[in-house]
Ligand binder design. Structure first.
Ligand code: C2E
Ligand code: CA
Ligand code: CA
Length: 590
């Protein structure tokens, strides 16, 4: 029984039973035969098989046969003809699909050798010419069919199951995983793979011997099987490596709850030969995404996540961060997650300074959102902003960022940290909201922050998509006295018409250009052009992502006036950036 490798039946199916052939044994045979006279004679023959006591149950159609077999308890099927709902070969196929473990002997009419052969090709184990049978031949055929079926099951078992633990092996796991990945889109759900590696298992083998190691692996297998539901697959794919396959995953929790259950399942010590052994495991979790759909890729990602779990101290699980599954879809109930994040303080705004090249004066702080997720750790907005945009939650979060940053800036102003601007990133959806200008106005009033201390960063794509409506909003914002910056300049269309038509005050040269500034003459030429363009249009130019003194020097020579980047500081939480500000004022010449 191949299916049985999954949970629940694990212990029962561990190995196919082996019985001795000649033992006196009560057999239960299902005779599938439509025509009465044949049935009577065959029943009689079965009764005469030497060494057997047999119960013969009669089915008169394929449907009847399937129903009776579904109740279990039969040792073999004898398949005659004259069935109302199909030919004999149809019956072979129907029965062997419905009950793959049941041996079938087909009875053919006189001279029906070809049909008999066909029956065997379709799944019967043997066939007999009805006109020639006697009890001995029938007994032999049935015994042979039963043994042959058992041997087949044994082969299937060997090919699919791990001999030590009875769990699915690597081959079966791959087969199931591939099938699951194929089915997932149909069910609009995802597949999760967990990769487990026992922590310091080798030392058990080395110090306690391989028998102890084996016994431990068997107990681990059994505990793992108890962590999953019926129908979910646990496999042993290598020495101390196990994998788990979950289907129908709709939220990350569906997988992480199981991962945690697995970690917990190792809490109680194992008992090997009367001695207690403490063992833990590290687990990597990967979840399928639209572009992560092959078994290899899934395992590779789960493996990498597992490696990270090891690095971070073992006895824990980590979720693969390679795939942007968190930003691509229905996996999370985003609304709930974000509401919880807002309510429980998981969201935070970090700040990165922007200074003037000529005199090092602090001119601004960019507010950058961070999500300290309870399971996924500290996340950069690139991972979750797209998801928030998809779910429409970005407007609520964007408003929260705006308010938080404005209150912070007001505090800095009041506390004498300096008179600079806080720059907040705005997403397209916020800008499309006709009430956005009112929101900003209300927040300015509520926080008491002067409008000149606020800057909003926009990207070009926002301007392209909804040109006329956005123009209106931008003019409204300008009317409030808020400054507007074009972010990531150079990566989009960089159309000059935006700079002419929209009330933009600042151009932020994208960090990808700065990264190549010293190595690529083309990038260098583009930066030179942007700086020249900005200057002649009277715009403030900020180079983003400045990491080295060399880059700073080149930018200074080009006439770029402001910079932002790791050279000055990484983005930091507000209290940390205050420390940075204090240090600067302490060392700055008056
Ligand atoms: P961005 O607006 O281009 O922000 C600059 C990104 O560059 C930040 O990444 C920052 O940490 C990083 N960075 C700064 N200096 C350097 C440097 O010297 N070298 C390198 N390699 N990187 C540097 P972060 O914080 O991960 O933000 C990523 C993006 O997420 C931002 O790109 C912005 O588009 C978006 N974002 C951040 N906060 C918000 C927000 O509150 N609302 C919206 N709508 N988007 C946000
Ligand atoms: Ca930005
Ligand atoms: Ca940028």
């Amino acid at each position: 029984m191949v299916r049985a490798a999954t949970k629940g039946t694990l212990k029962r199916i561990a190995r196919p039973a082996v019985t001795s052939v000649g033992a006196p044994w009560r057999r239960r045979i299902l005779l599938v035969e439509g025509s009465d006279p044949d049935a009577c004679s065959v029943t009689g023959l079965i009764g005469c098989i030497e060494g057997w006591t047999s119960d013969v149950v009669r089915a008169r159609s394929i449907a009847d046969a399937r129903e009776r077999l579904s109740g279990g308890g039969f040792d073999a099927v004898l398949l005659g003809g004259g069935l109302p709902d199909g030919e004999e070969v149809d019956a072979v196929v129907a029965i062997s699909v419905a009950v793959p473990e049941i041996p079938i002997v087909a009875l053919t009419d006189r001279g029906g050798g070809d049909r008999g052969l066909e029956a065997v090709q379709r799944g019967a184990q043997d066939y007999l010419d009805k006109s020639k049978i006697d009890a001995a031949a029938l007994g032999q055929a049935l015994r042979y069919a039963i043994e042959r079926k058992r041997a087949e099951a044994r082969l299937v078992y060997l090919a699919h199951y791990d001999q030590l633990t009875g769990l699915a092996n690597r081959a079966l796991f791959y087969e199931r995983l591939e099938q699951a990945l194929n089915n997932a889109p149909k069910h609009r759900s995802r597949v999760a793979v967990m990769f487990l590696d026992l922590d310091r298992f080798k030392s058990i083998n080395d110090t306690r011997g391989h028998d102890a190691g084996d016994a431990l692996l068997q107990q681990v297998a059994s505990r793992l099987a108890d962590c999953v539901r019926q129908g979910e697959t646990v496999a042993r794919i290598g020495g101390d490596e196990f994998t788990v396959l979950l289907e129908g995953v709709r939220r990350l929790d569906d997988a992480t709850i199981v991962a945690q259950r697995i970690i917990n399942a190792f809490e109680a010590p194992f008992d090997v030969g009367g001695r207690k052994m403490v063992m833990s495991t590290s687990v990597g979790v990967a979840i399928s995404a639209d572009h992560v759909r092959t078994a290899d890729l899934m395992l590779e990602r789960a493996d990498r996540a597992m490696y990270r779990a090891k690095q971070q101290g073992r006895n824990r699980f980590e979720v693969s961060q390679d795939e942007p599954d968190i930003s691509t879809g229905d996996l999370f109930d985003t609304t709930c997650e974000v509401e919880r994040a807002l309510a429980s303080g998981e969201l935070d705004v970090w700040y990165q300074p922007k200074v003037q090249v000529t005199d090092g004066r602090l001119i601004g702080m960019e507010a950058l959102l961070r999500w300290n997720h309870p399971r996924l750790g500290l996340m950069s907005p690139v991972r979750f902003i797209p998801l928030m945009e998809q779910s429409g939650m970005i407007s609520a979060v964007g408003r929260w960022v705006l308010e938080t940053a404005m209150r912070q800036m007001k505090f800095w102003l009041d506390e004498g940290f300096g008179d600079f601007r806080v720059a907040v990133n705005v997403s397209a959806q916020q800008l499309e909201d006709p009430a956005f200008v009112d929101t900003v106005r209300e927040l300015l009033e509520a926080t008491g922050l002067p409008a000149r201390n606020l800057e909003l960063e926009l990207t070009e794509s926002m301007l392209i998509d909804h040109a006329s409506r956005t123009q209106h909003v931008l003019e409204g914002l300008q009317g409030l006295g808020v400054r507007l910056a074009m972010d990531d300049f150079g990566t989009g269309y960089s159309s000059l018409s935006y700079l002419v038509n929209y009330p933009i005050d600042i151009l932020k040269i994208d960090k990808s250009f700065i990264a190549e500034l010293l190595t690529s003459p083309r990038h260098n030429a583009i930066v030179t052009a942007i700086v020249g363009l900005g200057r002649s249009l009277g715009l403030e130019i900020v180079a983003e992502g400045v990491e080295t003194m060399e880059q700073l020097e080149v930018l200074r020579e080009m006439g770029c006036r402001s910079i932002q980047g790791y050279l000055l500081s990484q983005p930091q939480a507000s209290v940390d950036i205050e420390g940075w500000l204090d240090d600067r004022t302490a060392t700055e010449p008056e």
